[in-house]
Design a protein around this ligand. Structure first.
Ligand code: G3H
Ligand code: 13P
Ligand code: ZN
Length: 325
């Protein structure tokens, strides 16, 4: 049975991005795979009064099942309303790194309000044609579409790229015009995972390319993937309690704040949440070896995750206080 996101109380990204670009902040796009992550995201965003994009990756779909994740997002709308005492923050349910037309259709039919079609590994014309096809289908259902130009180093869509292929500013205008996408993910030196730079390497992203892109498509919503900051206190805590994460390095918060002030209106964060949960779980299991009730370690993990997201909304993305703009 087809379900429209509208009947679930979810929203697409049109208004969110328009306001974010105008207001000089970015909407958080947090990945979730389970209940504790979803609770932490909704609590953090309700407490900071931030709009939010709940992201579902292929990995999440394999792990938790697409239908269950959609019901969880439906529950998130009710839960946010409860937390906000009737005043609910806007929530988008978004497919992260969709790789085929069929997958995007299946998500639209099951209640997603936004999809990403990531054709960035294909040659330019093939990427544009695939993206256009998804846009035509999704727009007929009022669902928004994110496309991507340029390839991030690291693992993306289970394809491993050794080096970044930065987005070419001279291609963006044509791509946006040809495809009709609502937002564009670009490659400017961010990458997925917790090891974004080699030790000794300059840990900086190419904001100069971002500014060049903005000149070509003024005010058009830009998306940054791979934007975890890999907080070093979390890395140290993981290592202290038996982990091994030396040399994990992320994107500086100052550079992300700078990007959020521009046309970057969606910032994707997954790895930092994984680090926060892992650090908290490791601490409990290491310091209380007799503990075996999952609530005793998932509870603190959820709390740590919530605090991390609140910090991001307030100090990095600047989305706090913008839920009811
Ligand atoms: O784009 C990458 C996200 O962090 C999702 O990762 O496919 O392991 O769930 P995943
Ligand atoms: P991180 O691995 O930097 O958290 O990036 C997540 C992401 O881009 C999801 O699409
Ligand atoms: Zn991504």
């Amino acid at each position: 049975m087809e379900v429209s996101y509208k009947s679930l109380g979810l929203v697409n990204t049109i208004d969110l991005f328009r306001k974010a670009v105008k207001g000089g902040y970015a909407i958080p796009a947090y990945n979730f795979n389970n209940m504790e992550q979803m609770q932490a995201i909704v609590q953090a965003c309700a407490e900071t009064s931030s709009p939010v994009i709940l992201q579902v990756s292929s990995g999440a779909r394999k792990y938790a099942n697409q239908t269950l994740l959609r019901y969880m997002a439906q529950g998130a709308v009710e839960y946010a309303k409860e937390l906000g005492k009737g005043k609910n923050i806007p929530i988008t349910l978004h497919l992260d790194h969709g790789d085929t037309f069929e997958l995007c259709v299946s998500c639209v039919e099951s209640g997603f309000s936004s999809v990403m079609i990531d054709g960035s590994h294909h040659p330019y014309e093939e990427n544009a044609a695939l993206t256009r096809r998804v846009v035509e289908y999704a727009h007929a259902h009022d669902v928004t579409v994110e496309g991507e130009l340029g390839v991030l180093a690291g693992v993306e869509d289970e394809v491993k790229a050794e080096r970044h292929t930065y987005t070419r500013p001279d291609e963006v205008e044509d791509f946006v015009g040809k495809t009709g996408v609502d937002s564009l993910a670009i490659s400017i030196g961010t990458s997925h995972g917790a090891y974004k730079f080699k030790p000794g390497q300059k840990a900086e992203i190419r904001l100069d390319i971002l500014h060049e892109i903005e000149k070509r498509i003024p005010g058009f919503p830009i998306v940054l993937h791979g934007s975890s900051s890999v907080p070093q206190d979390l890395v140290k805590k993981i290592d202290k309690f038996g982990g091994k994460m030396a040399d994990a390095i992320g994107i500086s918060e100052a550079q992300l704040r700078e990007a959020a002030k521009s046309a970057v209106c969606k910032i994707n964060i997954d790895s930092d949440g994984r680090l926060a949960m892992t650090a908290a779980i490791r601490e409990v299991l290491y310091t209380q070896p007799g503990e075996f009730d999952p609530r005793k370690y998932l509870g603190p993990a959820r709390e740590a995750l919530k605090e991390l997201y609140k910090h991001k909304n307030v100090n990095v993305l600047g989305s706090a206080g913008h839920a009811f703009d």
